[in-house]
Design a binder for this molecule. Structure first.
Ligand code: ADP
Ligand code: ADP
Length: 233
């Protein structure tokens, strides 16, 4: 089943009176359960593509269907609603609230979803336990290692039960051991049929995915995986 479909996506920025295409006619089909690593040099358009796929930004032109729904023309509110229901985000710098516990960091998105306190805490504890942090629920981020903070961030990304997980350099600030633990969690999520898209510069991290996309100058120039290799342009 196709979960994300991009057709001829362009993203044009106006810089100093000139048009610049950060994404230039990108077409891409992502299937439910795909585990994708997005690679490419700095400035090649990875973040721009992630922002569009993640419903954080809209293309200048082209079609984006998420889970069968054309989303490029949704209102800001509807786009945010779709995003919060379907996609969990993980960042390089964890983006945790520093003054509250791991438990509250994980439970917070459920406040906005209108879930009552008891259920919020039960779900947060269950998720923290699933990432090996059951006994750290009451600790604040500054009492946790980088790898532990990223595990809290993954638990938070999962709290609304999204099918899609998007991660931008999730191991970029972690040592090798913590990186392996984090990739182990992504592999488990992959086995549970989540769709995972992560940006990385590291070949060993990209090798954990089952499909590798390479971007260059606003285009996807290579799409390979599962023994299939294809030069796109
Ligand atoms: P990457 O994530 O691969 O480093 P980006 O998607 O951040 O690449 O950027 C792609 C290109 O678009 C770069 O040349 C960048 O300078 C430009 N760009 C990104 N965001 C903006 C913006 N908000 N305004 C103008 N130019 C931008
Ligand atoms: P779980 O018990 O669910 O596996 P933990 O948070 O206890 O989750 O384990 C994560 C890691 O942190 C393990 O390597 C464990 O040895 C370590 N750890 C757990 N509790 C403490 C603690 N109170 N002080 C120091 N390290 C701990």
């Amino acid at each position: 089943k196709v979960i994300m479909h991009l057709q001829n996506i362009k993203k044009v920025y106006h810089i100093g009176g000139e048009d610049f295409a950060a994404l230039n006619e990108v077409s891409l089909t992502i299937k439910e359960g795909d585990f994708i690593a997005l690679m490419g040099p700095s400035g090649s358009g990875k973040s721009t593509l992630m922002n569009i796929l993640g419903c954080l930004d809209r293309p200048t032109s082209g079609i984006y269907e998420l889970d069968g729904e054309e989303v490029s023309h949704l209102s800001d509110d509807n786009l945010a609603m779709t995003r919060n229901r379907k996609i969990g985000f993980v960042f390089q710098n964890f983006n945790l609230l520093s003054r509250v516990s791991a438990l509250h960091n994980v439970a917070l998105p459920l406040v906005y979803a209108g879930v009552d306190k008891k259920e919020r805490e039960a779900r947060a504890i269950a998720l923290l336990t699933s990432v090996g942090l059951g006994s750290w629920a009451n600790h604040q981020p500054n009492e946790l290692s980088g790898g532990q903070q990223q595990r809290v961030a993954i638990a938070r990304a999962l709290v609304n039960n999204p099918h899609i997980i998007m991660a931008d350099e999730p191991t970029g600030n972690l040592d090798t051991k913590s990186s392996k633990e984090i990739m182990g969690i992504f592999e488990t999520l992959h086995e549970r049929h989540h769709t995972i898209i992560l940006v990385t510069h590291e070949p060993e991290i990209a090798a954990c995915a089952d499909r590798q996309l390479l971007m260059c100058d606003g285009r996807i120039t290579r799409d390979e995986g599962k023994g299939v290799s294809m030069d796109v342009v």
